[in-house]
Design a protein around this ligand. Structure first.
Ligand code: UD1
Ligand code: UDP
Length: 365
């Protein structure tokens, strides 16, 4: 029996790790699976845990209001040191590029516990964008023993950086495993009734490096909305106070914008499925929306998901007001472009990434 601990702390990690928690727990004859959460996010993490029915074995509960990167790193590191010293696993699994994942992988490295990195190998090679995530994921990949790359391109990044080929596996992205659990044909919601008869744009924004330009982005979005009366926006606003202030200030009083609290993941995935297009600076949504055939305008200058751009399902709009205005309007007006983007192939796998990861761990541990 091998002991595996999974650790995560934010909403997107939880969405993508819960399918793996379930898969490993289903193999109780092979693995003793332990779930630790840092609580880097509180409410937004708990929403996902409730949706998947996952109860953590330990909760470090580290979140504070407007926390700094120092706060998260120090608290997660101290908490994970204690956790790993008390319950030494055969492997620690972390996900993606958050500070929870970085601090946890570092703690395991210091204690000489092997790390498996789920969603490994994503890169912009611009250390300032996304900030601090590009650093986090590169650092995690350095200390990982097993890298679970979602795509062939992410595997190639790792091999080019010197990872041994036998330690890097292409699995697809577990966001798609989550979609198999959440999306339902019969789904209904009152907010969707409000938008019926209009083209629904689902929007989110939260990136640290975008906080200074959020008002400019929102102003551009508002300009487009004023010019296209058949468009309505639903924007579940991230709980970061800096994001909430900007969203309320610029978009708060528009009759065709609904600013709502973060949606549970079942709701959010079904909202994507019912939307016309998605505007976002999120990472996970760049995977979920293409898998559901929804075009995405990415509110960023760069992306670590170039497969989506190459496949034709994502378009980078940048963070400058004029370019956001132009790209958003173009996709609303150009029916051929819209058609092409919605029909583009999804590059993120077949929705069984958790199974492949569990198979690899069974073989390797
Ligand atoms: C974090 C991750 C980012 C990820 C994002 C997903 C880091 C450094 N950042 O960024 O990679 O893309 O999560 O959403 O790891 N808050 C609440 N309740 C919650 C969640 C957040 O009140 O449930 C508020 C708190 O005031 C908190 C602030 O939001 O201090 C920011 O949260 P934080 O985790 O530091 O940064 P995110 O921008 O969410
Ligand atoms: N999501 C959610 N509710 C929301 C917004 C997003 O459940 O109101 C989900 C979304 O479907 C995706 C994940 O949260 O699975 C992405 O989280 P986020 O955008 O916060 O982080 P990122 O992926 O950018 O790190």
């Amino acid at each position: 029996m091998k002991k595996i601990t999974l650790v995560f702390g934010t909403r997107p990690e939880a969405v993508k790790m819960c399918p793996l928690v379930k898969e490993l727990k289903d193999r109780a004859d092979k693995f003793e699976t332990r779930v630790v959460v840092t609580g880097q996010h509180r409410e937004m993490l708990d929403q996902v845990l409730a949706a998947f029915g996952v109860a953590p074995d330990r909760d470090l509960d580290i979140m504070s209001d407007s926390q700094t990167l120092f706060d998260i790193t120090q608290r997660a590191s101290d908490g994970m040191r204690a956790e790993l010293e008390e319950n030494r696993p055969d492997a620690l699994l972390v996900h993606g590029d958050t500070t929870t994942a970085f601090a946890s992988a570092l703690a395991a490295f210091y204690l000489e516990i092997p790390v498996g990195h789920v969603e490994a190998g994503l890169r912009t090679y611009d250390i300032a964008a996304p900030f601090p995530e590009e650093f986090n994921r590169q650092a995690i990949d350095i200390v990982s023993r097993w890298s679970f790359a979602p795509t062939e391109a992410t595997r190639e990044n790792l091999i080019r950086e010197g990872k041994a080929p036998g330690t890097v596996f292409v699995t697809g992205n577990t966001e798609l495993d989550a979609l198999r659990f959440t999306v339902r044909e019969t789904y209904v919601h009152p907010e969707l009734d409000w938008a019926s008869g209009s083209r629904l744009v689902l929007m989110t924004a939260h990136r640290r490096e975008n906080l200074g330009v959020m008002r400019e982005i929102f102003t551009a979005v508002r300009r487009v909305l004023d010019e296209r009366e058949d468009v309505k926006i639903i924007y579940p606003v991230h709980l970061n106070p800096a994001v909430r202030d900007a969203a309320r200030e610029v978009l708060g009083n528009h009759p065709r914008v609904r600013l709502i609290d973060p949606l549970g993941v079942v709701d959010f995935h079904n909202f994507i499925a019912r939307s016309y297009l998605v505007l976002t600076d999120s990472g996970g949504i760049q995977e979920a929306a293409p898998a559901l055939g929804r075009p995405v305008i990415v509110l960023r200058d760069t992306t670590e998901r170039p497969e989506g751009v190459a496949a034709g399902t994502l378009r980078l709009a940048g963070t400058n007001g004029d370019s956001v205005y132009r790209e958003f309007l173009r996709l609303l007006d150009d029916a051929a472009l819209y058609e092409q983007m919605s029909k583009a192939p999804n590059p993120y796998g077949d929705g069984f990434a958790a199974k492949y990861i569990a198979d690899i761990l069974e073989a390797r541990l």
